[in-house]
Design a protein around this ligand. Structure first.
Ligand code: ATP
Ligand code: MG
Length: 387
């Protein structure tokens, strides 16, 4: 992966969601062509790419076509089967590699990797058998039971207070392999997005402070209002070590809990650009999607610079059903766009559903106070809770 793939080449993406769409936009801006593999005819990235291969992730013909079209391939969806990435890697550079993606696909493997890097994570136990369930220590309660694989946006999780809750929650999750994590008293949450090149160069974005509601990211603020210099150092150092120890190539996001005493505890990681980095399109001189293009093409990585304080609000499908009816009603975009520094991003999804990520709004301003004040006005117009 040391050769430079120059603009004019075609870059492939496994997955056609909004992350793929924003990657395609960045690649196109830089003069690359794009090919997306996603079975959904209406996938957000498929709609904007030059080539849309409508095939399942494991479809041999689809993978061969993607490899044939593309000079290098990335993934926008962390649950793309690692074996599909390994197949592609036989003929084309793939970043991130299958081995790194497969660590991120399994919470137990992910936590083992954090530990191997000397990065603390929440006390936890693996639950795959009734014996392991019975052996769980009371010190892990109250806790959160999470499926080891395929969870996202708080799906595949249950909060449990007692052993009876725990047994019932595991049954409700069909006795799938799970991790029980102790519920930690969070002061706040942050994420760090890094990009690493094949040569081992690492750059990072400023810390993002993230507010989740019902297990889904709701608000990201940059600069992070509560972060101290010590927390900043610890989190960036941890994220860089986590990426380097995997020999990672591409953009990686690590989510952290920060406790009242300033302890920084790794929660989970995503082997791709992340929802908490969407603000970088409008508020940084280089976005997380451009860094993904640079990393996979062997272009130099440059340290991104935040040029405007920013607040990002996630726009979930719930916003289309504010009247309480069955019918979709578009949110008041005109009023929102009248506010200074608002950047509306909608992903081109054809129907809204509660909890579905439909878009995001980034508010930039010359000060963090102003960005927050405007974001609060936008929240009020949209019927979102204040933060
Ligand atoms: P994502 O969409 O980020 O992949 P996910 O479904 O994988 O989400 P997690 O990141 O594991 O979910 O958890 C979602 C949120 O739940 C966290 O951001 C945090 O607010 C809360 N949470 C998770 N684990 C814990 C814990 N051990 N202690 C306290 N809060 C927690
Ligand atoms: Mg998470």
């Amino acid at each position: 992966m040391t050769a430079f793939i120059a603009p004019g080449a075609t870059l492939g993406v496994m997955g056609g969601g909004q992350l793929g769409r924003m990657f395609v936009h960045a690649a196109q801006q830089m003069g690359y062509f794009t090919a997306v593999l996603d079975a959904d005819a209406a996938s957000p990235a498929g709609l904007v790419a030059q080539h849309h291969i409508r095939a399942d992730y494991l479809d041999a013909g689809g993978l061969a076509e993607l490899a044939q079209l593309s000079a290098a391939i990335t993934t926008e969806f962390e649950n793309v089967p690692a074996s599909a990435l390994a197949t592609l890697a036989r003929s084309r550079p793939v970043a991130p590699a299958a081995a790194a993606v497969s660590i991120c696909q399994d919470r137990a493997a992910e936590k083992a990797h954090f530990a191997a890097c000397g990065v603390p994570c929440a006390p936890h136990a693996l639950i795959e058998t009734p014996e392991q369930l019975a052996a769980v220590g009371d010190d892990l309660l109250p806790g959160i039971l999470k499926t080891a694989r395929l969870g996202y946006d708080g799906k595949g999780q249950a909060r449990v207070r007692s052993r009876a809750d725990l047994a019932a929650a595991w049954a409700a999750l069909q006795h799938a392999p799970c991790v029980l994590e102790k519920m930690l008293p969070l002061a706040y949450e942050v994420s760090v997005i890094v990009a690493r090149s094949a040569q081992g160069q690492v750059v990072h974005f400023p810390l993002q402070q993230n507010l989740h509601r019902d297990g889904i990211l709701a608000v990201t603020q940059v600069p992070a209002p509560d972060v101290t210099a010590a927390v900043q150092l610890r989190a960036v150092d941890a994220a860089e070590r986590i990426a380097s120890a995997m020999g990672y190539v591409g953009v990686l996001c690590v989510e952290f809990f920060v406790l009242a005493d300033g302890a920084v505890v790794a929660n989970e990681m995503a082997p791709r650009p992340h929802n908490s980095g969407h603000y970088s399109i409008d508020a940084c001189d280089v976005s997380q999607f451009e860094l993904q293009v640079r990393a996979m093409t062997g272009a130099p990585l440059v340290a991104p610079r935040l040029h405007s304080p920013a607040v990002m609000l996630n726009l979930l499908g719930d916003l289309w059903f504010r009247e309480g009816g069955e019918r979709e009603v578009a949110p008041p975009w005109r009023e929102v766009l009248a506010l200074p520094g608002t950047h509306l991003h909608l992903y081109g999804k054809t129907s809204a559903r509660p909890g579905r990520k439909m878009g995001h709004l980034t508010v930039t301003a010359s000060s963090a106070e102003q960005a927050r004040a405007t974001a609060l006005q936008a929240s009020q117009l949209l019927g979102l809770a204040p933060f």
